[in-house]
Ligand binder design. Sequence first.
Ligand SMILES: [Fe+2]
Length: 334
Amino acid sequence: MRSLRWGEFGNAAVRQMANVQPGETLLVLADTWTDMDVAEACLVAGLNAGADAQLLVIPRMDPTDTTEFNESITGALVGADVILGVCPTMFMEKDAVRVARENGARVTATDVIGMEDFALEGITGVDYQRMNEIAERIGEIWIKTRHCKVTSPAGTDIEFSLLDRPIDIGNGMVSKPGESNFFPGISVANAPIESTINGTLVVDGNIPPGRLVRSPVTVRIENGVIAEITGGADAAALRSHFERTGDPIATHLCHFTLGLNPRARTSGSIHQDEHVLGAITFGFGEQDPGFGGDVPPCGVHCDLVLTTGTIECDGQILCKDNELNADLGLGGLS
Ligand SMILES: [Fe+2]
């Protein structure tokens, strides 16, 4: 019955996430690590939606590999109306995708490896519309927040301003030219004002290259930049991760994200871990221009995930113990 299950996934990806219309050119992008049942399900769903659909399988690239795509892959991407990525290769930051988006293509992506249940149930087994409304409401609060404080039982204690920073809702759904997103959502994010970010993160969830820590890692941030990483073997691994990038900008904090999906479980899959209801993620390095932040360009990006925490916005608790504050209009999600 596996193929039937992926058939449902393909339909959700093509219709609900990518909003593919009859006659559009759809490129399903897979790599050599992609389960071909998943890729083929998306191709079939695209054809059934009346799209001019094709499937491209590229060699899998490591997340730290900043090499650009060759001309053959570039041609396929630049020629598409819609790009649906189902691969571990982090293709979204490549020049070819930037050009495709400038030409009007919309792009949405996932990597189901290690989060197979969430890939489907995170879309079809949840009130996606209510989750999106809650994300929008949090965005309305954050854009007015002068003082945001995040604490956690593990020892996180960090503060920053979110005032007037644009909100990015990661719901996976793309319908307008140039849009890009990842699915399943939903997460809400922005870029804290870099110079105001000071404190300590104690990471008890996911660390690069996308696995759970064995023991918490303490990361001290000064004025938006990592000043010190301490802890056991995982801290050493995180320090060498940043050293390997060879770019000091990789240690600049570039986004703050709250997960909202009640079907997500902390599992070691970075995408799923970020989307757990009440999980808090801090991104470092490459900053999407949509965040309107000050982090200089950088070819690499990574995320550190806290499994839980308390978020206080100008003295009001927005989220605590993986529950949203219903008094702020954030109830109704289960
Ligand atoms: Fe990130």
